[in-house]
Design a protein around this ligand. Structure first.
Ligand SMILES: NC(=O)c1ccc[n+]([C@@H]2O[C@H](COP(=O)([O-])OP(=O)(O)OC[C@H]3O[C@@H](n4cnc5c(N)ncnc54)[C@H](O)[C@@H]3O)[C@@H](O)[C@H]2O)c1
Ligand SMILES: [Zn+2]
Ligand SMILES: [Zn+2]
Length: 346
């Protein structure tokens, strides 16, 4: 089978690999019908994760048809159409028992990282009963692809940890796939205002089309001033940091109101300046985290209801055999106005 394989920083190759086999009785093998590329895959390609073994198949998002199941798999059947969750969960370790599936002692985020992933014609998925989600016929398959990772991540770590409530004012730093996912899933809670911030005017235009009430750009001046002009000088109820840079952390800590929530989704590679001397008095909640995928089924129902249009996230389409071209398009996502790229099996 063909797959996208990692060989070290800057070296990924679309090449032949053996078809995966069942190893543990709780495994399934899924024939991938649609997959996509995540910023994290680009991070691995850039060499940010030297712990990834050479020869590893990339990818942790996908939709497919179950090809084979291990002897202990009870609920998932051969022929089922499924969403592959980016998190594999055993559901029996101490962390899983607290719904902290991202820290599953026997799984967590391993696909396309510690074990071979979904940018392939077939993938082996551990703990199939817990980590594959049957996909109903009435759900758009391409939108369902967003349920492997991007929508649960932005919903759980951004919107839910940020405790977005009806009537709230919400600030989202970053209009990449994660910021846009937060923008879309925040709308499930009817906030009064959603202000999206990015340096890229094209992405801000897309954010407006996806439901942002306001957009702000640091290039136009101080973000605190721009946000206070919109919501008043107390600031916003919820600030969601979806970039992962000191500058956007600073914006968020400067504009969140007393009693508010600051939810960090961005992966930070550098230390930030934590202004505790200003924050201590604010009765804030600050959260961080890695997706648990404990809201995937709930989001599947929300997506099926059609109350929010998720299709605008799906900006580019390629055939599976065009994997290298798709990576090229996504490497230059901003210039190409790319958010999520759909790769469909030929
Ligand atoms: N916590 C998790 O589980 C999790 C999961 C996936 C991704 N992430 C992280 O979320 C972050 C966003 O991911 P993404 O895929 O949307 O990334 P992305 O690179 O596509 O988007 C980031 C956006 O931030 C904007 N930006 C950069 N500097 C800025 C600044 N100073 N002010 C305003 N905007 C600025 C860029 O223009 C870009 O549009 C990354 O740090 C990623 O690693 C976290
Ligand atoms: Zn991802
Ligand atoms: Zn576990």
């Amino acid at each position: 089978m063909k797959a996208m394989v990692y060989y070290g920083a800057g070296d990924i190759r679309f090449e032949d690999k053996p078809k995966p086999q069942i190893i543990d009785p709780t495994d399934a093998v899924v024939r991938i019908t649609k997959t996509t590329i995540c910023g994290t895959d680009l991070g691995i390609w850039k060499g940010k994760n030297p712990e990834v073994a050479q020869g590893r198949i990339l990818g942790h998002e996908g939709i497919g048809i179950v090809e084979e199941v291990g002897s202990a798999v009870k609920n998932i059947k051969v022929g089922d159409k499924v969403i592959v969750s980016c998190v594999s969960k055993c559901c029996s370790c101490d962390n899983c028992k607290q719904q902290l599936y991202s820290h599953c002692r026997n799984g967590g985020w391993i696909l396309g990282y510690m074990i071979d992933g979904t940018q392939a014609e077939f993938v082996r998925t551990p703990y199939a009963d817990n980590s594959l989600i049957p996909l109903p016929e009435n759900v758009n398959e391409e939108v369902a692809l967003l349920l492997s990772d991007v929508l649960p991540t932005s919903h759980e770590i951004g919107v839910q940890y940020g405790d977005v409530r009806p009537g709230d004012t919400v600030f989202i730093a970053g209009a990449g796939p994660i910021g846009m996912g937060a923008l879309l899933t925040a709308q499930l809670y009817s906030p009064a205002a959603i202000i999206v911030c990015d340096l890229d005017e094209n992405r801000l235009k897309m954010a407006k089309e996806m439901g942002a009430t306001h957009t702000v750009n640091p290039i136009s001046g101080d973000i605190s001033k721009q946000v206070f002009d919109i919501v008043g000088s107390d600031g916003v109820d919820v600030a969601i940091e979806a970039v992962g840079m000191p500058a956007t952390w600073d914006m968020c800590q400067d504009i969140v109101k007393p009693g508010g929530h600051l939810a960090v989704v961005g992966v930070h590679g550098k230390p930030v300046d934590f202004k505790l001397e200003k924050l201590w008095i604010k009765n804030l909640k600050i959260s961080t985290g890695l997706v648990n995928t404990n809201t995937t089924e709930m989001l599947l129902k929300a997506v099926a209801s059609g109350s929010v249009d998720y299709t605008k996230m799906l900006t580019h389409h390629f055939k599976f055999t065009q994997m290298a071209e798709a990576y090229d398009a996504f490497k230059h996502a901003a210039e190409n106005n790319a958010l999520k790229i759909v790769l469909t099996a030929d």
